[in-house]
Design a protein around this ligand. Structure first.
Ligand SMILES: NC(=O)c1ccc[n+]([C@@H]2O[C@H](COP(=O)([O-])OP(=O)(O)OC[C@H]3O[C@@H](n4cnc5c(N)ncnc54)[C@H](O)[C@@H]3O)[C@@H](O)[C@H]2O)c1
Length: 403
C-alpha cells in the first residue's frame, strides 16, 4: 500500500478536475493542479474558484487546502497523475474528440517513474485505456500493469451539487490489473465516503456511458410519448403523471431537448465502438436532437399571423436552476429562429452574458411573444408574480412556457 499522503498531479482543473484537486488537498495530499488555461492557473493560485459551486469555495478558503494546492501550466513529477480533460464530440463525425486526452497523456510521459499511478477521469469511448493511453504511457519505457499503474475512474458529479456528490457518490474503479485497481482505490479512499467498486477498465468505461445513455434514451421515450399525446390533443404531462401511478413505471419528463456536458454526448461514444448494436441509442439521440426544431416550429406557428414579430426567449442554461449553458437546447432554439430572421431578445437571469437589466416585465416591453424555454424557479416566480404587468407592456400579449 502507498504512503497515505502523496503528491498528486491533476491534469485539467475544470468542473471535474478542480473539485477533485480541492478534496485531495484537503485530505492532506500535495496537489499540483495543471491546466493549459493560464487564467485558471492564476485563479487557483489566488484562491479563487472559477466554477460556481459555493461549498467548494469554502474548501478553497481552508488554510490546509491553500497550503497543499498549487497550480501551474505544465506537469511535474508526482506519485499519482489524475487526468480530467475534456472529451467533446466531433459534431460532424459524431465521434469522441480525443486530442485533449492525447495531449494530456503525452504531457506526463517525461515525468513518469516506476510505481506511478495514472488515473483517467475523463469520459471516454470503451478501450481508451487499453488501446489509446497505454501505448502513449509506455513511450516512457515503463510497462503498464508492471512498472506503471493505470485506472479509469469515471466521474458522476451533478453540477450545482458537486461538493456533496464528489464525496458521497459510489465510484467505479476500473483497471486491467488488480494492483492498479488497489492503488487507485487507495487514492479515492482518502476523500470518498461512497462505495468504491472495482472492475476491469473496459467495464468502467462502458458503465459511465451506459449511465448517461440510459437517461438519454428514456428522455427520448418521454419526448416521443409527449408528441403522440399532443397529436391526440391531450395533455402529455397529465398522461405521464397518471402513467407513473403504476408501481413499476417511471416515465421521465419530456422537454425541449437534452443539454449539458454529458448526456447528449456520451451515447455517441457507444455508437462509435459498436454501431450495429446501437440502433436504439442512435434513434434516441436523433429524437432528442430534433426537439429544438420542434419547439422552434411551435413558436413560429404561434406568431405566424404577426408581421415582423418581436420575440423574447428566456433560458440559455441547459436545464432549470443551473447557470451552465453547455450544449443548451435553448440556445439552439434561439439560433434556429434567428437564422429564420426573427428579431429575438434572449435572456437568462442565471447565465453570464444573458441577464436582463431590470425586470422580466421590462425585458418583454413591446414584444409579441414571451417564450420561457427553461423554467428556472426565479423566472417562474417572477412570471407568476408579474404576469399582468408583463402582458400589459407587450405589443401582443402571447406567452408560451415549455418544459
Ligand atoms: N462537468 C461534468 O459535470 C462532468 C461529469 C462527469 C464527467 N465529466 C467528464 O470529465 C471530463 C472533464 O470535463 P470538465 O467538465 O471538467 O471539462 P472542463 O472543460 O470544465 O475542464 C477541463 C480542463 O482541462 C484543461 N485542459 C485541456 N487540455 C489540457 C491539457 N493537455 N493539460 C492540462 N489541462 C488541459 C482545460 O483548459 C480545462 O480547464 C470530460 O471527459 C467530461 O465528459 C464531466
Amino acid at each position: 500500500m502507498p504512503e497515505t499522503k502523496q503528491t498528486i498531479c491533476v491534469i485539467g482543473t475544470g468542473y471535474v478536475g478542480l473539485p477533485a484537486a480541492l478534496l485531495l488537498a484537503r485530505a492532506g495530499h500535495t496537489v499540483i493542479g495543471v491546466d493549459i488555461n493560464e487564467n485558471i492557473v492564476r485563479a487557483i493560485n489566488d484562491g479563487v474558484l472559477h466554477i460556481k459551486e459555493d461549498e467548494l469555495q469554502k474548501i478553497m478558503d481552508e488554510p490546509q487546502v491553500r497550503a497543499n494546492l498549487r497550480a501551474q501550466t505544465t506537469p511535474a513529477a508526482a506519485d499519482v497523475f489524475l487526468i480530467a480533460v475534456p472529451t467533446p464530440v466531433d459534431h460532424r463525425k459524431k465521434v469522441a474528440e480525443m486530442k485533449y486526452v492525447r495531449d494530456a497523456t503525452e504531457s506526463i510521459v517525461p515525468y513518469l517513474k516506476a510505481g506511478n499511478v495514472v488515473i483517467l477521469e475523463s469520459t471516454v469511448p470503451p478501450l481508451t485505456c487499453k488501446e489509446f493511453m497505454t501505448p502513449i504511457l509506455e513511450k516512457s519505457g515503463l510497462k503498464v500493469g508492471k512498472d506503471l499503474y493505470l485506472a479509469h475512474c469515471p466521474e458522476r458529479i451533478l453540477p450545482g451539487d458537486v461538493f456533496y456528490e464528489i464525496v458521497h457518490n459510489d465510484r467505479i474503479i476500473g483497471a486491467a490489473d488488480q494492483k492498479s485497481r488497489d492503488l487507485a482505490s487507495a487514492v479515492y479512499a482518502t476523500f470518498v465516503k461512497g462505495n468504491l467498486y472495482q472492475t476491469d477498465d473496459v467495464t468502467a468505461e462502458l458503465c459511465k456511458l451506459m449511465e448517461n445513455t440510459y437517461r438519454d434514451v428514456n428522455i427520448a421515450l418521454a419526448n416521443e410519448f409527449a408528441a403522440v399525446a399532443e397529436g391526440l390533443g391531450i395533455d402529455p404531462f397529465q398522461a405521464i403523471e397518471l402513467s407513473n401511478k403504476h408501481p413499476r413505471v417511471k416515465i421521465l419528463r419530456p422537454g425541449i431537448g437534452v443539454g449539458g456536458h454529458c448526456i447528449p454526448l456520451d451515447p455517441w461514444f457507444i455508437k462509435e465502438v459498436d454501431p450495429a448494436n446501437s440502433r436504439l441509442i442512435f434513434t434516441s439521440r436523433l429524437i432528442n436532437d430534433e426537439m429544438p426544431h420542434k419547439v422552434a416550429a411551435k413558436i413560429r406557428k404561434a406568431v405566424r399571423d404577426i408581421d415582423n414579430p418581436k420575440l423574447v426567449l428566456i433560458g440559455a442554461a441547459y436545464k432549470a436552476n443551473t447557470e451552465d449553458p453547455r450544449e443548451s437546447p435553448a440556445i439552439e432554439i434561439v439560433k434556429i429562429l434567428r437564422e429564420d430572421g426573427y428579431e429575438i431578445d434572449h435572456f437568462d437571469p442565471l447565465v453570464e452574458g444573458y441577464r436582463w437589466k431590470s425586470t422580466l416585465a421590462e425585458a418583454c416591453k413591446g414584444a409579441d411573444m414571451l417564450a420561457v424555454l427553461i423554467q428556472h424557479n426565479a423566472v417562474m416566480d417572477e412570471l407568476n408574480a408579474t404576469r399582468a404587468e408583463i402582458e400589459k407592456g407587450m405589443r401582443t400579449p402571447r406567452v408560451l412556457v415549455f418544459g
